[in-house]
Design a protein around this ligand. Structure first.
Ligand code: NDP
Length: 254
């Protein structure tokens, strides 16, 4: 039972993982023994991030695709499955944020947010799940958000996309569970990364955050690793369709 979280011999693909939360999750899974595949739209960025992990003694490789482009995704997943090895774990992490008042939100930016955060999860999961179904084994972890549950001014398209990630998680669970595939989501609260840099630097926002979060602080991205390892491991073999909030208690309190 002590090996319940061991990922040795497993291969994990993490989308958008050359930097930010995805990169930390890749390092975390590698620390637990997984061979991690770093994805970025640019091959050289994916390769550099993979090299940085290999320099630490981990097993890692780089793979380029844009999660919104189904032909690219399909070719990349086929390449991994045929030439590298089976994908045991998929983390749908790639995501973007755009901020504008609702009535001024440019339609093009709505499309960008929905394409990456929502359709990207559909496209990548669909391709990977076909191989997982044939093997009757797999773990898919989607990265949701507080906005999977809570609205907030100026980011309605992001909230719409992350609400959809919650229902993609449940829908895929309903359909794939009989193939021994577990589909869960991690819903982070507020973490200090490039995506939230403007908010971290905004003193008024940070002081609101300290009041609003029972833990009274920003999350540290490395605090998401344990949840990802858990959901990727045998410890979660009967956990399915679940959203795991990692938010310092924010959703539990008003
Ligand atoms: P970052 O902006 O730091 O990183 C996002 C990553 O996604 C980058 O590597 C980026 O690549 C990649 N990406 C963007 N578009 C695409 C695409 N079309 N195809 C492939 N990769 C792409 O964000 P975070 O690390 O903060 O966020 C990671 C995830 O966590 C997101 O889903 C986000 O919504 C979620 N999240 C973050 C929270 C936070 O507090 N930071 C809170 C809740 C959820 P590139 O470098 O090329 O832009």
């Amino acid at each position: 039972m002590k090996n319940l979280f061991d990922l040795t011999g497993k291969r994990a693909l993490i989308t958008g993982s050359a930097r930010g939360i995805g990169n930390l999750l890749a390092g975390g899974l590698a620390e637990y023994g997984a061979h991690v595949l770093i994805n970025d739209r640019r091959q050289e960025k994916a390769d550099a991030a993979a090299q940085a992990l290999r320099d630490k003694g981990y097993r890692a490789g780089g793979v380029a695709f844009d999660v919104t482009k189904s032909a690219e995704v399909s070719a990349a997943i086929a390449h991994i499955e045929n030439d590298i090895g089976p994908i045991d774990i998929l983390i749908n992490n790639a995501g973007i944020q755009r901020r504008h008042p609702f009535t001024e939100f440019p339609e093009q930016e709505w499309d960008e947010v929905i394409d990456v955060n929502q359709k990207g999860v559909f496209i990548v999961s669909q391709q990977v799940a076909k191989y997982m179904m044939a093997r009757r084994a797999g773990k898919i972890i989607n990265i949701g958000s507080m906005q999977s549950e809570l609205g907030r001014k100026t980011i309605t398209p992001y909230a719409a996309s992350k609400g959809a990630v919650k229902m993609l998680t449940r829908g895929m669970c309903a359909e794939l569970a009989e193939y021994n595939i577990q589909v869960n989501a991690i819903a982070p609260g507020y973490f200090a990364t490039d995506m939230t840099e403007a908010l971290v630097n905004d003193e008024a926002f940070s002081s609101w955050l300290y009041q609003r979060t029972p833990a009274a602080r920003w999350g540290k991205p490395e605090e998401l690793i344990g949840s990802a390892v858990f959901l990727a491991s045998a410890a979660a073999d009967f956990v399915n369709g679940h959203l795991l909030f990692v938010d310092g208690g924010m959703l539990a309190a008003v």
